[in-house]
Design a protein around this ligand. Structure first.
Ligand code: GLA
Length: 361
């Protein structure tokens, strides 16, 4: 009987040690582990995804999260005296529970702003003073709530114009305040949480004309003593661009600012890149993810990560915009209802060819 008990105890010990080894195996084999010596690997999430099978994937593969929408001004501050915290809070709780870093996104942007922001009770446009006070209240309240939990904020998003001959985007912020709101936003955020790293974030950074303007803006802010600590390159790219040389020179030029860089919103569309919404054309019905597209996309991803690794001294994070091909904002942009496949996991959450290329180095 005693020998029998002994055997059972031994069996339990062996089983326990096997299962802890298995756990270890799954925990040390994600993207975040392959890139442990390089940069953190993040993902943009919705609170809904955290209640699905995508939650386990996030924890296994990533070590940082960004709220896809929940911390933007419109969703989080729908009325002047009303904040909606539930969604943002649930993402923060999930990250804390699973020891993930959190990037805050975003404190000041021209899109997804609440309708009340730019007008008074009579629907007249507010003055610069009123708008800056509203911006300060907003930033102070949001940054304060997550103080010590969010390690980096995208403070200002997309203020540079895509038009060749225009420097600043002609947004309501700019129309009412001039460029001053940009520096102010950084100052308000820094006052609310002096420890948080503050980023300027923009897209189409691979375009040499726009890149030059972004670099000029950041250099000017830095020279003026504005608390800016990093540059976010969104990286909404396609499998056709950027080329290796274009990406390499992009990162080399941004690195000259002598600030940390992060890739903040990476996705690699299987269609040619377009930055504006447009009507559907007949060829938009060809949405099958063919073997040819999978191979081209895998090559593009391999190239992009090879260049990222080359620039690891200055690159401190790479964040994907959405989790898997099950859902991406690109399914509805630039064309409504055109399925895209821009991420490293397929609709069933399996690792795609592109994934294997990214971790094969
Ligand atoms: C921009 C914003 C993101 C997101 C994407 C599209 O890049 O910074 O928050 O809205 O557009 O989804």
């Amino acid at each position: 009987m005693r020998i029998h008990n002994h055997i059972i105890v031994c069996l339990i010990i062996v089983l326990l040690s096997c299962s802890s080894k298995n756990n270890q195996a799954t925990q040390t084999n994600g993207l975040k582990d392959f890139y442990g010596d390089y940069f953190s690997i993040g993902v943009a999430v919705s609170p809904r995804a955290l209640n699905t099978d995508e939650a386990a994937l996030i924890v296994a593969e990533f070590n940082s999260v960004t709220a896809e929408n929940a911390m933007k001004m419109g969703p989080i501050h729908p009325k002047e005296n009303e904040y909606f915290w539930q969604h943002a809070d649930s993402i923060v709780r999930f990250a804390e529970r699973n020891k993930l870093k959190i990037r805050g996104h975003t404190l000041c942007w021209h899109n997804q702003t609440p309708p009340w922001m730019f007008i008074d009770a009579d629907s007249n446009q507010v003055s610069k003073e009123v708008l800056l006070t509203r911006l300060k209240d907003h930033i102070t309240t949001v940054v304060n709530r997550y103080k010590g939990k969010i390690y980096a904020w995208d403070v200002v998003n997309e203020v540079i114009s895509d038009k060749q001959n225009e420097f600043y985007r002609d947004s309501p912020w700019y129309k009412i305040c001039g460029p001053e709101f940009i520096a102010k936003a950084f100052e308000y955020a820094h006052a609310a949480d002096p420890e948080a790293l503050l980023f300027y974030n923009d897209y189409n950074e691979i375009n040499p004309v726009k890149r030059k303007k972004i670099i000029q803006l950041v250099a000017e802010l830095k020279a003026a003593g504005v608390p800016i600590h990093g540059v976010g390159l969104q990286a909404h790219w396609s499998m056709h661009e950027p080329t290796r040389a274009q990406l390499d020179s992009t990162l080399t030029e941004f690195a000259m600012l002598d600030l940390p860089l992060q890739i903040t919103e990476l996705d690699v569309s299987v269609y040619p890149k377009e930055h504006g919404r447009r009507e559907r054309k007949p060829e938009d019905d060809l949405t099958e993810f063919t073997a040819e597209k999978a191979a081209l996309q895998a090559e593009a991803y391999a190239t992009y990560f090879e260049v990222f690794r080359k620039h690891k001294a200055v690159l401190t994070g790479v964040t994907f915009w959405n989790i898997s091909d099950r859902h991406s904002w690109l399914d509805n942009f630039p064309v409504r209802n055109r399925k895209d496949y821009p991420l490293l996991f397929d609709e069933d959450l399996n690792r795609k060819n592109a994934y294997h290329k990214v971790v094969d180095f």
